[in-house]
Design a protein around this ligand. Sequence first.
Ligand code: AMP
Ligand code: MG
Length: 317
Amino acid sequence: MARRLQPTLGEIGEAARALRAGKLVAFPTETVYGLGGDATNDRAVAAIFAAKGRPSFNPLIVHVLNIPAAAQHAELSAKAQAVARKFWPGPLTLVLPRRRDCKISLLATAGLDSVALRVPAHNIAQTLLMMAGVPLAAPSANPSGRLSPTEADHVLADLGDKVEYVIDGGPCPIGVESTVLSLLDDCPRILRPGAVTAEQLSELLQEPVATETGTEDANAPRSPGRLLSHYAPSLPVRLNAIAAEAGEALLGFGPGAPRDAVNLSAAGDLQEAAANLFAMLRKLDDPRYRAIAVMPVPETGLGRAINDRLRRAAAAR
Ligand code: AMP
Ligand code: MG
């Protein structure tokens, strides 16, 4: 069973040593908990895929300390630099051309000539990156296709027998995965909506930023978080519910939700709703119900990221 570490310098240092020795460590970020391994170590990266049961065509996000560290692995165009200066550290992943001398395991990038990089803002993640001194491949610390973990207990329940340590930093403040922005073509494209919105990116770049809401070919996805079924609890999910039907649990939103619903945010606050989303879905994913009914969440700002996850959770499996 994984050991839970406290976020002291001593214990983070112990986690950093384990990472340098090729072991896996789960750690908190501002979005969700990541399952970290040394991105330059093929065996550590292979262990991440094995622990998650993740198909090897699905590339991993690589976490780095800062912009100069990112520039060691990827080509940063002027546009990429502008976006990075504005939103890093933060909940934004950039898909960029891989540098020819990039030391990141080819397995981590699934053999693509691109690499997905992120500079996390969470200070435990920052401290761990600094102490480890290597880029960390860190997808969400959950079995492939299932709910992402937003608390150390979620990781221990799902992957406790597959990681060395889980650094307990309490609940993740944002609660949904990073925005994934591809800067591979002339037109910037959001591959996964998150806390950094299309509007914010478009305002900075002074050009339209498309969100690809479509889903991928399951056999050759370009960005597999876009697989139709993903982020799924065990129970079926029914969207746009007004009330629970017999045997259903109800996940509500806003002041109009029934009193007995578990409410993402009684005040109707999207930030609070995002932070609660995965923990509440987990709580309702209980065999005493037959399904989880979810009330509508507005399709604005962070609501887009919430609805993206809910649609995939509700998709046919
Ligand atoms: P996760 O690692 O579970 O947080 O998910 C990472 C997301 O980033 C998935 O949707 C990946 O498919 C996507 N991703 C990672 N690397 C690339 C890449 N090189 N090109 C496009 N999407 C990527
Ligand atoms: Mg994930």
